[in-house]
Design a protein around this ligand. Sequence first.
Ligand code: ADP
Ligand code: MG
Length: 596
Amino acid sequence: MRSIGRILAFGKSLWRYYVVIGVVSVLTAALELTPPLLTKVATDQIVELVQHKPSQLAIVVWAVIGILLAGAFVAVLSNIAGYLGDVMSSRLRKILSAGYFRHLLTLPQTYFDNELTGTLINRLNRSITNVSEFMKMLSNMLMSWLLTTVLTIGVITFFSWQLGLIVFAIYPVFFFMTLKTSKRWMVYEKEKNFHTDVASGRFAEAVSQVKVVKSFMRESTELRFFNRHLTSYVDQTYPQARVWHVQDVYRRLVLELAFFAMVFYTIYQTYHSRFSIGEMVMLLQFIIGLRLPLSALSFIVDQTQQAVAGSKDFFEAMELEAEEADTHRDKHLHVTEGKIEFQDVSFRYSEGKDVLKNISFTVEPRAKFAPVGESGGGKTTLTNLLMRLYTPQSGSILIDGQDINRVSQKSVRENIGVVFQEAELFSGTIQENIAYGNPEASEEAVVAAAQAANAHDFITQFSNGYSTQIGERGIKLSGGQRQRIAIARAVLKDAPILILDEATNALDSRSEALVQDALERLMFGRTTIVIAHRLSTIGGVDQIITLRGGTIDEAGPPSQLAATDGVYAQLLALQDASLERQQSELEKYGIAIGER
Ligand SMILES: Nc1ncnc2c1ncn2[C@@H]1O[C@H](COP(=O)(O)OP(=O)(O)O)[C@@H](O)[C@H]1O
Ligand SMILES: [Mg+2]
């Protein structure tokens, strides 16, 4: 019940709906009571009439008309509640979904490292569907059912406390039985949800990388994985449904006994003239009227449980802590020249060993800085920390003397442009993708950015030019084209600090030349951290650090490092190597072999 309260509270902007639906439901329930009451009046009059006692036919006629009117009002009112319920539940769905998405976007990168996209989507859909469907049913029928039940029991008790006693005795038993089953039901439900979450997670992953699946001919394996989890899902349904329905037979039998007792008692009392015929007919109608909502109680509980289970997942996700950004929301980073300092920074991901240990270095304004190190050496991690996707366990990172952990996260990211190895575009047009960070940018600005990124020429060759749809994550473009769109996107963002993480790695040498040329233009006048795979690129920077085992091995300008016998010098020497063993050494550092 608490969860339902929380859901209602979450959609508190819908309070008008709650009120109107509540009032309409009460009216409906009250009206539902009138036909048996009127039947009683009519029956008693008819009995008198048949026995030739003084009575009024008019009362019978009016009573019957009253029944008709009550029925008509109920038909209208319940549909008003139904209409409002439909609208309310879809609005609630929107509120819950938007709230979930908004919250998800504030969660730290770590959260996304550990969850599959498909799982997140599945969980969202399940929880929110359950919850909003429940709300819809609540307003369409559950609410008036419940009220009708309560009122009916009240009226029955008014006419005969003995009958009331039977209902009151049976209810706790019935409720207790339901509760007991529902606990066991929930255990299975959780397990079922787990399996669909896992299956959906993999589903989304396989579909989004379907090329790999096809090329490794893993279709059947992926399908098997999916099937296995869905089979487990079904497997859990057998005992779950069994528990529920076997118990429901018991519950219903208990109910039937109670009904039998009530009917028997009513007839017996009438036989002894303690109830009039009219009262008997009325009471029997009430008793029969109770059957539907009471035996449907299992269904109501079923729906409620799903809503509770769904809302649990929802609120669990909603309670996860957002990035710490919020605490410094109002202090902004002011980048004047773009100097970056790492002071004694140590970092490890949530699991695993230290990736960086006591790293300190300074990148001068507008300088180019290249971390060099083996693959997995922590180069990307350095840039992740600078963007504040993760927080170091110790040490601090300063931009122009301001600790990035003490200013708003937004202001940090505003000042950093990025180009990654994978261009990571979105479905939509080329124009939209270039302007992703500045949707307000003018057409000329977009074109200028594309020109600077060596992208304008190929874009204008498409028949739709800048309006060309590029497909999911830009799948309809070549790697080099995607990368140049990504560069144009960074050009347009025009941030004083730039991160290039293996931006040319995935490219063939011709598009690499075009991209490299675009990158040079992009880097101009910005403080740049460039992670590159060509010694020629690395050789052109102002400062290099080489990372080994999480610490800085050597630091300095390329010319100086070339003269030592450190890692960089060795890499330079290996560049011309022909020995396979030496080449594999280069590959370890992600350095390109051959052509400089
Ligand atoms: N999101 C993550 N969660 C846990 N460990 C990670 C994560 N990203 C990278 N790592 C680990 O951190 C180390 C450094 O990775 P990275 O900085 O990406 O290396 P590279 O120098 O190749 O860019 C690696 O050992 C990698 O396994
Ligand atoms: Mg990397």
